[in-house]
Design a protein around this ligand. Structure first.
Ligand code: 8X3
Length: 250
């Protein structure tokens, strides 16, 4: 198997962490990006492959470009970007929701993803190869009540993915999105600002996806032969039929 250099944002927890673990077992070299240096070091120490740690917040444009420019030569030739960083902040009717929550989601899920992509893209265009995998959500295809700005941010990811695919098509760069349904991670804990009880309830009464389930699908997108671009992969728990249609016991 060809060893690739793969950059993962949001790798200090959840889907990003699991994806790093799985890719490491295949011997890929990893650039682990996130805000929490301790967690990134903990992950890096676990992995039996070459890793480089980059600590930055995707919302900080200067930091994104500076951090990516600082990547040492050994890791510079990036084959795959996994744009995974992103969060939900709040779940409220649009007129009752908080503008600072909106900004956090637009800045991170949308603008941050754009910045990271832009900071790496020229090199991929120049060498006429590469792959970009954007972590979207079923919420980008279908809004759910009180999800308003979060869903809009994931719809932006879907449209940006399409745009990238169109623009990068002449350069042989594969572009795709993975759109998970409910995945049990720290996601709801962040959304509900540390209210663990409320967060736990989101995943009760059915079997949600695990971060490992999503990581497996990301590996599938990467492992597909070079002439195959998995452009759009929606992955739901079997108990989930749509963004807010759930076969739940309670
Ligand atoms: C819900 C998807 O992204 O809100 O079906 O967890 S997400």
């Amino acid at each position: 198997m060809i060893k690739k250099t793969i950059l993962i944002t949001g790798s200090s927890s959840g889907i990003g962490w699991s994806t790093a673990e799985k890719l490491a077992t295949k011997g890929h070299h990893l650039i682990l990006c996130g805000r929490n240096l301790n967690k990134l070091e903990e992950l890096s120490n676990k992995l039996n492959t070459n890793t480089h740690i980059l600590t930055f917040d995707v919302r900080n444009k200067e930091d994104v470009f500076k951090s990516i420019a600082s990547i040492p030569k050994k890791f510079k030739d990036i084959d795959v970007i996994i744009n995974n960083a992103g969060n939900a902040h709040g779940l409220a009717l649009v007129h009752e929701s908080n503008i600072s929550d909106w900004e956090a989601m637009i800045d991170g899920n949308v603008k941050g993803l754009f910045y990271v992509t832009k900071a790496i893209l020229n090199d991929m265009v120049e060498k006429k190869s590469g792959q970009i995998i954007n972590v979207g959500s079923i919420a980008g295809k279908e809004s759910y009540p009180k999800g308003n700005v979060y869903c809009a941010s994931k719809a932006a990811v879907e449209k940006f993915t399409e745009g990238l695919r169109l623009d990068l098509n002449p350069f042989g760069i594969r572009v795709g999105a993975i759109n998970p349904g409910l995945v049990e991670t720290n996601f709801s804990n962040v959304r509900f600002k540390g209210d663990k009880e409320r967060a736990k309830k989101v995943y009760e009464g059915f079997t949600p996806l695990s971060p490992e389930d999503v990581a497996d699908s990301i590996c599938y997108m990467i492992d597909a032969p070079n002439h195959v671009n998995v452009a759009d992969l929606t992955i739901l728990p079997t108990d989930q039929a749509g963004a807010y249609v759930l076969n739940k016991l309670n």
